[in-house]
Design a protein around this ligand. Structure first.
Ligand SMILES: [Zn+2]
Length: 268
């Protein structure tokens, strides 16, 4: 499979130069950015500050009543409960509008997971779970969501939390790639750093994901403000292990295109 070089960008003029060209139609803040035709829409599903503020009872609940919001430790955004049909209805609406507006048959799903271990214990999840094991309940709920999302798109690109340690994805997030492989076409693993001054840890994570994933996967690197030489080095490492490299949120088109060309040359 040919390696790809793509972007996640907020700059419409960057998008034509790359594929995949992910455009964040809805982010974790809950802000809707009208889709751009010819791009792959990226939709944050169970992360949405606006919806969480409007519907506090839809927020994920953890052990000891800990709420999955920005106000709590660990969380950078508010999390919506994947057990709630109301949230799914919103999600289908977002997805349909995103795909239609983008005229895309490919969909990037972001934040399709439970918040972390022990989540969610809201009344709806407790009732749905019944006597079932918690991890089992969570992985099946997420798998069902992805199955239904796949009915709406020809291909699903799915963001994975960068934790390849055996058992962590299912236990911590309700995400079990062995179940999701049927509906996911490509996994995208964001491995972010503000400098990439060293890359040994990137290499460890990238190598581990290559071992555990049975589908193509791309590594997504954070680009904004990272020095070109460091980002290039990180991209070279990522490309060695993954099927593609994605540069996220960089505002410097010349820099990204230079890295793209260098990697292309390296490939021959
Ligand atoms: Zn819940």
């Amino acid at each position: 499979m040919a390696k790809v070089f793509g972007v996640v960008s907020r700059f419409p003029d960057h998008l034509p130069y790359f594929y995949p060209n992910y455009y964040e139609v809805k982010d974790v803040a809950g802000v809707w950015h009208p889709p751009i035709p010819g791009t792959i829409p990226m939709v944050s599903i169970f992360g949405d500050n606006r919806v969480a503020e409007a519907h506090p009872d839809w927020v994920q609940e953890g052990p000891d009543g800990l709420r999955g919001t920005r106000a709590a430790r660990y969380f950078d955004w508010d999390t919506l409960c994947p057990g709630r049909d109301e949230v799914w209805s919103l999600a289908w609406d977002w997805i349909e509008r995103a795909l239609q507006g983008s005229r895309s048959s490919v969909l990037r799903l972001d934040d399709v997971s439970f918040a972390r271990e022990g989540f969610c214990q809201c009344p709806v999840c407790r009732r749905r779970q019944g006597t079932e094991d918690g991890t089992r309940y969570r992985v099946h709920r997420i798998a069902e969501f992805v199955r239904q999302a796949r009915e709406r798109a020809d291909a699903i690109h799915f963001t994975l939390y960068p934790d390849p340690f055996p058992g962590h994805l299912p236990r911590r997030f309700g995400v079990d790639p062995t179940l999701l492989n049927r509906w996911v076409d490509v996994y995208v693993v964001p491995i972010y750093d503000l400098h990439y001054a060293t890359t040994y840890w990137l290499e460890i994570l990238a190598g581990a994901f290559r071992e555990i994933l049975e589908k193509p996967f791309y590594i997504e690197l954070y680009g904004l403000g990272v020095e070109q030489a460091s980002l290039l080095r990180a991209a070279e490492v990522a490309q060695f292990y993954a099927d593609g490299v994605i540069i996220a949120y960089d505002n410097n088109l010349t820099k990204i295109r230079t890295i793209q060309e260098t990697l292309n040359h390296a490939r021959g």
